[in-house]
Design a protein around this ligand. Sequence first.
Ligand code: UDP
Length: 250
Amino acid sequence: MNVVSEKTLRQPSAKVLGAPVDPVSMAQAISIIERFLSGSETHHIVTADSSGLYLQMHDAELAKAYELASLVTPDSIGVIWALNRQGINIKDRVSGVELVNELTELSAKKGYRVFFLGAAPGIAELAAEKMRLVHPGCNIVGARHGYFPADDDVLVASEVAALKPDILFVAMGIPRQEKFILKVKEIIGAKVSIGVGGSFDVFSGKTKRAPKFIQKIKLEWLWRVILNPKKASKVAALPKFALAVIRSKS
Ligand code: UDP
């Protein structure tokens, strides 16, 4: 089976553990996102990793976010493996980190207004500063930390909305970021809202990316676990995810 055609939006979408996943390449994802940016509706894009897909089996609100998302990209080797098992020919991840990089570059070319929401105080601002150096001219209109209670979601959304972003990156971890977007994306009104996990930690320099050869052999996740033992709970979900995929039809 071929990967999804660029001409279609999210059809045909595959399913992994009952959730939709669109087997797109980065080039296809960007082309779909550009189409969203040229329209008038708001779109939620989920970057799906194994832990999120496992979690949504037991979390109805997260499952709803997957179901209602306009695009769900394959963001881990486990997800690619699950798609490959279904005969879907896809090799590369479309990760939150790479989407932040690609879309910030696109903002520099086309002027899209970008907002960075999430991570610890100061980190989103620092990530924005670094990205302004990497992609001069990118239009990052605001940045704010992600440590606020869910009770303040609407308040924070109104603050973000005032800056009229076209693209909103939410880096508050799974499932918080997906639930936040599901709840307030219409208040914010960004054409594209994407949950991007620890991306601002990476771009601010707080988290170092693995050396290129480790990225190449697709073991960056292991590198991050070694540097951050808090990630161990995510790794613990991996065998559960694999077992669930082997047992399931999707
Ligand atoms: N974070 C946040 N608000 C919270 C909890 C976490 O902004 O209430 C941030 C945290 O500082 C980190 C990111 O969310 O920058 C989570 O990164 P991680 O790599 O753990 O994301 P995941 O693997 O869940 O996508």
